[in-house]
Design a protein around this ligand. Structure first.
Ligand SMILES: Nc1ncnc2c1ncn2[C@@H]1O[C@H](COP(=O)(O)OP(=O)(O)OP(=O)(O)O)[C@@H](O)[C@H]1O
Length: 250
């Protein structure tokens, strides 16, 4: 099977710091792949290169077999790479439904983008309602986005990413800043999406990682230290020494 995402020898340096040091990994279609590692391991830098926000110094990024290394962010999004949790993209004074309809429109074809009115057109609003139902926000569709509680805001951001019907969702610490209850709900929500969309998940909370991931890759110093099924990685002596520490040994 062709990997959905393949990183081949990515190198990215900032001055004297090599944040990606020959990084190679694959995400298979439908897979939930967690990227973990200590602070400064290069997780965010990897995600930024995949999303197209940072250009690698060397190496290649393949999406469904196609080389996207030099492709602009929005072109990657149109191919099916979805990035969530960019709070700036939510328009607070617009309704929850309007925001998702605009996200559907942003991912639609060119002429549709120009001609349709996201605040009226059913071709945008019907799929937007379907996405809101998927994330459990249907009841709040008419509310101005700014009035949502924090946990619901994060669900809205996820809905906006899903509106583009991505094949791969990039999730950089989706539970960051959430209260325990909201975090649990988000884990449930992400679990409910398993199988419908592949995910590359950067997450510090090991309970979350082991609850969701099909495969775990451990980064250290911009390189892959270990990669495999959660149970394998949890038991890997190098991983325990470098990162998981006592938590994995208990
Ligand atoms: N824009 C930048 N300029 C200079 N150095 C950077 C930049 N971005 C990242 N770095 C450095 O690259 C290394 C990797 O950083 P990165 O943020 O990718 O790690 P991370 O694994 O996501 O860490 P954390 O878990 O703390 O978020 C670090 O040493 C960091 O200081």
């Amino acid at each position: 099977m062709t990997p959905l995402l393949e990183l081949v020898g990515l190198v990215k340096s900032f001055g004297g710091v090599t944040a990606s040091d020959g990084l190679s990994l694959t995400v298979m279609p439908g897979e939930v792949h967690a990227l973990i590692g200590p602070n400064g391991a290069g997780k965010t830098t990897a995600v930024a290169q995949i999303a197209g926000e940072l250009r690698p110094d060397a190496g290649r990024i393949l999406f469904d077999g196609r080389d996207i290394t030099g492709l602009a962010v929005h072109r990657r999004a149109l191919l099916g790479l979805g990035r969530s949790f960019q709070i700036t993209s939510v328009l607070g004074e617009f309704s929850v439904l309007d925001n998702v309809a605009l996200a559907v429109q942003a991912h639609a074809g060119h002429s549709f983008r120009l001609l349709a009115d996201a605040r009226r057109d059913r071709r945008l609003r019907d799929p937007a309602r379907a996405v809101l139902a998927r994330v459990g926000l249907a009841a709040l569709a008419g509310r101005p986005a700014a009035t949502l509680a924090h946990g619901d805001q994060r669900k809205l951001e996820l809905a906006m990413a899903l509106a583009g019907e991505p094949r791969l969702l990039l999730l950089d610490e989706p539970m960051a800043g959430m209260a325990a209850e909201d975090s649990d709900r988000m884990v449930d929500l992400l679990r409910s999406l398993k199988g419908t969309v592949a995910m590359l998940l950067v997450e510090h909370d090991m309970d979350v990682v082991f609850a969701l991931a099909d495969r775990v890759t451990v980064l250290d110093g911009g390189r892959v230290l270990a990669s495999g099924a959660p149970a394998e990685v949890r038991g890997d002596a190098r991983v325990i020494a470098a990162y998981l520490g006592e938590e994995a040994g208990t």
